[in-house]
Design a protein around this ligand. Structure first.
Ligand code: OGA
Ligand code: MN
Length: 299
């Protein structure tokens, strides 16, 4: 009889970790405490994290001392990663990591400094917008630099019934270019886009109310940053409706404010929430690493 095959360490099943998922009081978000993402997750642990992500929309993993490669590996468990159209701010050797930072070295920005200046869902201007994004804190300012999240299931559910019915039959256009010139005026480093980049970000049309592909819950899917018009409505009527939806969807009652702590990695569901960078004083350095997971075409 042949000897039983030896199991190479890389084939050994990952051990379960002892971690907790705790709701953050008074909000929809939750923190994950005691999980070490430098280690590969066991299938059961992955299932718990996945379930918590669907239930809470925003998960805050505390005390993560992970490398960019480990962030990429963890992110990939949820789907293929998307590469941002601003190639300039990819981390060297790790194109799936986008540097989000207000730091300048020799007068040159090292990262996307104005990411999240308006409420948005990442990459909603793509045919297949993002499933979720992960930001891992690298350098945090002594004050400011919070990120706000707004629950778009709650926003949808709180609409008056007649408005729910109206918006449920509408579609809207999303465009990366919607606020590009305005942002360029504020952030002179933003380059004029090449034709190849313009082709990559051609406007797309998505339903105003989308159904989450995993939970079946409905959510509003429009945002100040990227939604330009409602398809099939006269321009003024469409703009008035969008303004009403933008104001409604980001009310404090639907939002969670994340105050970053060292080691935080925040993983949000772009199908369920909008987010906004609350702002950082220019003289206080802030740097985070972002990975972005591709999602489905919204339905
Ligand atoms: C982003 C983003 C917000 C922030 O990286 O997608 O919107 O607070 N960031 O940095
Ligand atoms: Mn964003």
């Amino acid at each position: 009889m042949s000897a039983s095959p030896s199991i190479a360490p890389s084939d050994a099943p990952s051990a379960a970790q002892d971690f907790q998922v705790r709701s953050l009081a008074g909000t929809f978000a939750a923190e994950v405490v005691g999980l070490d993402l430098t280690k590969p997750l066991s299938d059961d642990d992955f299932k718990r994290v996945h379930r918590a992500h669907l239930d809470h929309h925003v998960l805050v993993f505390r005390d993560q001392q992970i490398t960019p490669a480990q962030q990429v590996a963890f992110s990939r468990r949820f789907g293929p990663l998307q590469i941002h159209v601003q190639r300039k701010f990819q981390l060297a050797g790790q194109p799936e990591v986008l540097i989000v930072s207000n730091i300048k070295e020799k007068g040159e920005p090292i990262g996307l400094g104005d990411a999240g200046a308006f409420w948005h869902s990442d990459l909603s201007y793509k045919e297949r917008p993002s499933l979720g994004s992960l930001l891992h804190a690298q350098i945090l300012p002594a004050e400011g630099g919070d990120t706000l999240f707004a629950d778009q299931h709650a926003a949808y559910e709180a609409l008056p019934e007649t408005l729910k019915a109206t918006v449920s039959s509408l579609s809207a256009e999303h465009s990366y270019l919607a606020k590009y010139e305005e942002l360029r005026a504020r952030s002179p480093w933003r380059p004029a886009l090449t034709q190849a980049q313009l082709d990559e970000v051609r406007p797309v049309v998505h339903p105003v109310v989308r159904t989450h592909p995993e939970t079946g819950r409905k959510a509003l899917f429009v945002s100040e940053h990227f939604t330009t018009r409602i398809v099939g409505l006269p321009e003024d009527e469409g703009q008035a409706l969008l303004a009403q939806l933008f104001a409604h969807s980001t009310q404090p009652a639907f939002t969670y404010r994340h105050e970053w702590k060292p080691g935080d990695m925040v993983f949000w569901d772009n199908r369920s929430v909008l987010h906004l960078a609350a702002g950082t004083p220019d003289h206080l350095p802030r740097k985070l690493y972002r990975t972005t997971i591709e999602g489905d075409q919204p339905l």
